[in-house]
Design a protein around this ligand. Structure first.
Ligand code: KMH
Ligand code: ZN
Length: 295
C-alpha cells in the first residue's frame, strides 16, 4: 500500500453552528470547505446537510442540490450520510439514497452515542445494503464497535458483496458508548475485517491523533473533520476542516504514504463516475415530486 485515502467529514449532525462558528452549514460554506479540503489532500467528502436554520435535515431536494453542487465544484467522491442525526427516522435516512450520491455510509449496528442511542436494526441495515446494491451506490460500512464487524460478516454472507464488489469500512473509535480510541481497539477491529477489505479510521475528539497515528502504522486510511473533532489541540479550537485535512496529509507524508488522488480513490473503492443518470425511474420521480411541491 503506497498512499493514504483521506476522507473529510466537515459538518456532521450533532454540533450546533452556535457552538462551533467555523462549522460549514450552508451549501456555499460546504462547497468552499470541500474545495479547500480537496486542495490539501482529501479525496472523499462525507456529507450531512443542514437547513436554513442550521439544523440537520434529510430533505431530498436539499440533498440532491448538495450532491450536484459538490460534483460541479469539486472532483471529490461524494458520500452522503445515511446515519443522519441521532433520532432520525429510518424512512428519512433511506431517502438519502434517492439523491444519487457516489457513495453512502451504512452503519453496522446500534450504539450508545453519549446520552443518546444511535439505532440501526438488522432489517434496516439489510434494506440500506440492498438499496445501495440496486442503485449502484458504494457503501462505506460504519463500525462503532467490534460486534458491528460480526454483523458485517453476517450481512455479506447473507446478502452478497456491495455494489462494486469492494468492502471499505470506517472504524469509528472514541464515541462514548462505542470502541475506545486506542491502538489496542484499532488492532482488534482490523483483525476482524472481512478478507480483502480496506478501512479508514476515525478518532473522535481527543482520540483523533492517536487513532490516526495507529491507523497509518497499521496500513489504514484516515477520516478527519469537524463532524468528529472540534479541538485541534488542548485549548485550541479547530479553525477549519482544511486545517484537519492538512494535518492528516502531513502525517501521511511522514509515514511515506502520501494522500491518495481522487482517481486512485475511485479505483480502490470501486466508485464509478456520477450515478445520477443511472438511478431507477422511481427515484427520479420522487425527486420531481419533491421539487414540484417546493419540498
Ligand atoms: N450522526 C451520527 C448519529 C453516519 O453519518 O453514517 C451518525 C453518523 C453516522 O454520523
Ligand atoms: Zn456522519
Amino acid at each position: 500500500m503506497t498512499s493514504t485515502l483521506i476522507t473529510v467529514a466537515p459538518t456532521g449532525a450533532e454540533t450546533a453552528k452556535g457552538d462551533a462558528p467555523a462549522l460549514p452549514v450552508t451549501l456555499a460554506e460546504l462547497v468552499a470547505t470541500a474545495r479547500d479540503c480537496a486542495a490539501v489532500g482529501a479525496a472523499v467528502v462525507h456529507v450531512h446537510v443542514r437547513d436554513d436554520g442550521g439544523e440537520p435535515t434529510l430533505e431530498l431536494s436539499r440533498l440532491r442540490d448538495t450532491v450536484q453542487a459538490l460534483r460541479e465544484e469539486t472532483a471529490l467522491i461524494v458520500q452522503l450520510s445515511t446515519g443522519g442525526a441521532v433520532g432520525d427516522s429510518e424512512d428519512d435516512r433511506l431517502r438519502a439514497l434517492d439523491a444519487g450520491p457516489d457513495a453512502a455510509s451504512c452503519s453496522m449496528g446500534t450504539v450508545n452515542f453519549g446520552a443518546d442511542v444511535f439505532v440501526n436494526r438488522w432489517d434496516f441495515i439489510v434494506e440500506l445494503h440492498q438499496r445501495m446494491q440496486e442503485r449502484q451506490i458504494v457503501p462505506e460500512y460504519e463500525i462503532f464497535d467490534l460486534g458491528h464487524l460480526w454483523t458485517l460478516h453476517r450481512l455479506l454472507d447473507a446478502h452478497g458483496a456491495p455494489y462494486g464488489g469492494h468492502v471499505h469500512c470506517d472504524l469509528v473509535l472514541g464515541v462514548p458508548g462505542g470502541m475506545p480510541g486506542t491502538t489496542a481497539a484499532l488492532v482488534a477491529a482490523v483483525a476482524m475485517l472481512p478478507a480483502g477489505a480496506t478501512y479508514s479510521a476515525t478518532g473522535v475528539g481527543r482520540a483523533t491523533l492517536p487513532v490516526a497515528l495507529a491507523a497509518l502504522s497499521a496500513g489504514g486510511h484516515l477520516r478527519v473533520g469537524m463532524e468528529d473533532t472540534l479541538s485541534y489541540a488542548p485549548g485550541e479550537a479547530v479553525q477549519s476542516n482544511a486545517q484537519l485535512v492538512a494535518r492528516a496529509s502531513a502525517l501521511a507524508r511522514i509515514a511515506l504514504r502520501p494522500p491518495m488522488g481522487v482517481e486512485e480513490a475511485r479505483r480502490m473503492l470501486a466508485v464509478q463516475p456520477a450515478v445520477a443518470d443511472r438511478l431507477p425511474a422511481s427515484a427520479n420521480e420522487a425527486v420531481s415530486v419533491a421539487a414540484g411541491s417546493g419540498a
